[in-house]
Write a protein that binds this ligand. Structure first.
Ligand SMILES: [Fe+2]
Ligand SMILES: [Fe+2]
Length: 429
């Protein structure tokens, strides 16, 4: 654990302690426990059966906010904090694999976030909503809870230096904001049923949601089989093409960052990233000796290796689950200037996914090197992209890659200068 992270965690724990003591003196014990016990049990049950699951970033969102919205309305801020802090304890992740500092961080951050929401609700309600249904104050309270809670989590992810989850603050919040909107409306429905009808209707609506959940779940399962198919193909590629082991997976990672920078729909980005993972699948049909001796190929052998794009396309085109966007595989060696293969497509006639993939594919070759050329330094790669923008690469995409490289996104992938020198010597130039 880094010093920064330790300091950050201690600050959160301390803030939790101070706010807890202060609010306890302010609000003390409640007169009526029925709302508290009811909402606490609902939160606990729902949190251990999350409904929505974002499979790409693996960020789990749950029913916390929709139920929290009713807590804002019925319960004072201190007890809202207690309900949320206890109600969000998940058995599978937190009790079974108990790590005290994680557990304490989760409790403290969610306590602080939920009491912030509750305080904002109490302050803004008389001004914004008066005696009417509190649409606006709930919106503000939900926003406050959402921003504070996710900011805590975002900061801890980034300080923990976890490569997989690193994303920009904007893309992190953009990803989650869809859940915020759903949660807000769900929360309003639950609150209205609680105020105007009863706890019974509140529970019935939640049961209804669980029935809908099955629908989401079957969709999720479909996505899982999709991922499994991709992963199996990935293993096949690696076993066939040892020299480029890990190439497809790295290319997919670059593609992920690039897609985040481009204005593509989420569904499209996900497809491109998955296809990137298996873009060289056609190589399984190319003769082993050609793959292994890719430095000194004769014309006929070179023609054969070029056919991997078509082989890959032909192999996958009949699998319904993945045949969308498959032309990315077919065209991932086309060039912006029309000098690529297999069809010599030019400029925007090449699908955008294929243009992205071409750039990421080349980026990996530059960074890792091949048997016939040593790896490049960061500066050399930037130069290469500047030089080839408008030639091999779509100029806009080349520019985006340069920005990502300059922002340090791929720093951990570049080899050190000493290592490159060592490799260059071995190359016999
Ligand atoms: Fe390729
Ligand atoms: Fe490739």
């Amino acid at each position: 654990m880094t010093k920064k992270l330790k300091f950050y965690l201690s600050t959160i724990y301390l803030s939790f302690l101070i706010v807890f003591i202060y609010l306890f003196y302010e609000y003390g014990f409640p007169n009526n426990y029925s709302h508290i016990l009811f909402l606490l049990s609902v939160t606990l049950v729902l949190n251990n059966y999350s409904i929505f699951f974002n499979y790409i970033t693996e960020i789990k969102t749950s029913m916390t906010l929709p139920v929290l919205i009713s807590s804002f309305y019925f319960i004072n801020p201190f007890w809202v904090g207690i309900i949320t802090a206890i109600g969000t304890i998940t058995y599978k992740e937190e009790i079974k694999y108990f790590v005290w500092y994680k557990f304490l961080f989760n409790r403290s951050s969610i306590f602080l976030a939920s009491i912030s929401g509750a305080l904002i609700f109490n302050i803004t309600r008389p001004v914004l909503d008066g005696n009417s249904f509190p649409f606006l104050s709930i919106l503000l309270a939900s926003l406050a809870y959402f921003i504070i809670n996710n900011f805590f989590v975002y900061t801890v992810i980034n300080l923990a230096d976890n490569d997989v989850n690193k994303m920009t603050l904007v893309s992190y919040f953009r990803e989650l904001s869809k859940n915020l909107i759903t949660s807000y409306f769900l929360g309003l429905i639950l609150l209205a049923s609680y105020i105007y009808f009863s706890k019974v209707l509140f529970v019935l609506i939640i049961i209804l949601l669980f029935i809908i959940k099955d629908f989401f779940y079957s969709r999720l399962q479909q996505m899982n089989s999709y991922t499994q198919i991709i992963e199996s193909f990935l293993k096949v590629i690696d076993s066939k093409d040892h020299y480029t082991e890990g190439h497809c997976e790295r290319v997919a990672k670059y593609t992920y960052h690039l897609c985040n920078e481009m204005n593509l729909s989420r569904a499209k980005s996900e497809k491109i990233i998955s296809i990137a993972k298996i873009h060289d699948i056609g190589k399984i049909y190319v003769d082993d000796h050609i793959l292994r001796t890719s430095d000194n190929l004769n014309d006929q052998e070179y023609e054969e290796i070029k056919r991997h794009t078509e082989y890959g396309y032909q192999l996958l085109k009949d699998i319904d689950l993945i045949n969308d966007e498959l032309d990315i595989i077919l065209y991932h060696h086309e060039r912006w200037d029309g000098k690529g293969y297999p069809e010599g497509l030019k400029g925007e006639a090449i699908p955008v996914g294929a243009r992205i993939l071409t750039a990421c594919d080349s980026l990996d070759v530059m960074i890792t090197g091949r048997s016939y050329k040593p790896p490049m330094t960061k500066e050399e790669v930037i130069e290469e992209f500047e030089k080839c923008a408008g030639g091999q690469f779509d100029p806009e995409i080349a520019q985006k890659i340069i920005e990502l490289i300059k922002d340090g996104y791929f720093d951990d992938k570049f080899k050190s200068e000493e290592k490159i020198k060592e490799l260059e010597l071995a190359f016999d130039y």
